[in-house]
Design a protein around this ligand. Sequence first.
Ligand code: NAP
Length: 316
Amino acid sequence: MVKIAIMGASGTIGKNVAFTLAEEDSIEEIILFSRPSSYEKITGEILDMDDALAAENTDAILTASCDYADLEGCSLVLITSGIPRKEGMSRLDLAVPNAKIVREYAEQIAKYAPDSIILIVTNPVDVMTTIALEASGFDKKRVIGLGNHLDSLRLKTILSKHFHINSGEVHTRVIGEHGDHMVPLVSSTTIGGIPLKYFVESTNLDIESLVNRLKSAGGTIISKKGATEYGPSYAVSNLISTIVNDSRKILTVSTYLEGEVEGVYDVSLGVPVILCKRGIQHIVPVKMNKFEKDTFFEAARTVKKATYAVKDELSK
Ligand code: NAP
């Protein structure tokens, strides 16, 4: 049985993740950590969640906190705190203010939960993964970011709807940046075990428009309802439940690269990894065609530049 914490718990993603994971048998306690100004709201959220959970006969321990000492004993801490992306804003517009929050929280996690895994959702998530890694001083296997797992779920949805098939038949993956330079691995996508290029022979799939839809998927939701909610929250819950149950699934997370994929180094990007209870067991090698490889290199250049720009600002 494990204890986890969610920082920024009063936010859309934080509270949705808490509610979803409250039903996870292997999690004993969830700390809903927030700024003092949100403490009352959090206690209200917990009372409301408890009523809903009673309908499922679930007695989860949900604890409101704004005291870092309550992070003690956590095996995983999720950071969702940050300023959310509004319509027209790029993820990079959020980088400096959010990096200050992530740096502060990662330092406190290292102090109070030194053996934990840090999972970051705050955008721009690939930049934040490096910021949290450096601020915590943790081994890189224990600092991971959500981004391309959500993009992969979105691509899966787009393809299953296009072909009118069960989403479980679609095996696909998006790597690179959680942003404009994401790399949908179309060349290794399979439908029911059949490579996409053979499956689509008779169906005229317009890959370019599909990729454009994928890239704008988050922005489209934000323009219609103000924020993304269920997609990221379920994607995060998926990662956490894989980790706490030691399920060893191959999922795509942002991790600091040191040459493991196409020699790319000194930048955090989304790549497939085997996830286990210690964090990343190892990075899974990826085969890309030339176009995918070039886009991956472009992602590396863009995110590395942004990371260094943010680090410069933080050092002022
Ligand atoms: P939200 O509803 O606005 O919640 C963010 C939370 O951050 C707030 O409730 C607050 O929590 C905390 N916060 C706000 N300003 C802060 C400050 N100045 N200092 C410290 N904490 C502060 O946002 P959301 O929709 O949950 O999104 C959270 C983050 O995830 C955003 O950065 C968003 O862009 C990102 N995101 C990432 C993905 C991905 O796939 N990686 C997907 C969607 C969203 P407390 O008051 O409780 O501390």
